[in-house]
Ligand binder design. Structure first.
Ligand code: ADP
Ligand code: MG
Length: 251
């Protein structure tokens, strides 16, 4: 396991503890018996085929989906307080012709005033500082619809980081991002979890990133099939069976 910011200092005081979680939508059981501990400073990747229940699991943690079981949060010095959760949703799309800039998006999402009311100098300065957390202050005046996949993810990440959360949740942040953009984004997430001591829970279909960046990988298909270090999960029979791999190649 990669050393997280806290090392083992957290002991059992994990930021996120999920116990025996199950989700039913209508008569369809989407998830059952899910157990997971995410410790402070860890990056945990959720993998699984389409329809496995990954997004549903994230929604349950976000409080957007009813569930049975326990989802509990704790963080050092925050006992009894609700954690702040930052969320980057799966592939939002914007129209290239949309005249909305990155600065406008920040104002719409964070302010009480519509963007057309103008952006004060102090607000603009604050937005520049939020964007600087993801090394993207130069994007402030770009139109949202013209950003590359990687740039858009960095802007959404900057939005999710204000206010700074205890847990950052990202649903497939690497989809629609080219290879170079993926490395940039993952390096950034790695830097962010260390700098701000927050936990990251993300879903991905890009397994090549896991050994370098993830502390824990959880393979899910309506239930947890396998969980452990990236090497343990990627070399497991459950992983091969789930993705129909033979000798490392898709069938
Ligand atoms: P994943 O993110 O792993 O691709 P999802 O969590 O999006 O999977 O979906 C898991 C299953 O739950 C799918 O079969 C999907 O059709 C179903 N599902 C998700 N949300 C709803 C919903 N609101 N109503 C009905 N079925 C849903
Ligand atoms: Mg999904």
């Amino acid at each position: 396991m990669k050393p997280s910011f806290h090392g083992n200092a957290c002991g059992d005081a994990c930021c996120l503890r999920v116990q025996d979680l199950s989700v039913k939508i209508g008569s369809d059981r989407i998830l059952s018996g899910v157990n997971l501990h995410v410790h402070c400073g860890q990056l945990v990747a959720l993998i699984g085929p389409n329809g496995a229940g990954k997004s549903t699991f994230l929604k349950a943690v976000l409080g957007q989906q009813e569930y049975d079981g326990v989802i509990a949060f704790s963080a050092p010095g925050q006992r009894g307080r609700k954690p702040k959760i930052g969320y980057v949703p799966q592939s939002p799309s914007f129209d290239p012709g949309d005249p909305v800039s990155v600065a406008d998006l920040f104002v719409c999402c964070q302010g009480r005033w519509p963007a057309f009311a103008g952006i004060s100098r102090s607000k603009r300065q604050a937005i520049l500082e939020y964007l600087d957390r993801v090394h993207s202050a130069d994007l402030i005046d770009k139109r949202i619809g013209t950003l590359s996949g990687g740039e858009l993810q960095r802007v959404l990440l900057a939005l999710a980081l204000e206010p700074l959360p205890n847990i950052l949740i990202l649903d497939e942040p690497l989809s629609g991002v080219d290879a170079e953009g993926m490395t940039t984004l993952m390096d950034m997430l790695d830097e962010i979890r260390r700098t701000y001591d927050l936990s990251i829970l993300m879903t991905t279909h890009d397994f090549s990133m896991l050994p370098r960046y993830a502390d824990q990988v959880v393979l899910i298909d309506r239930q947890i099939l396998c969980a452990g270090t990236p090497d343990e999960v990627l070399s497991s029979e459950e992983f091969r069976n789930t993705f129909h791999l033979r000798g490392g190649m898709a069938e």
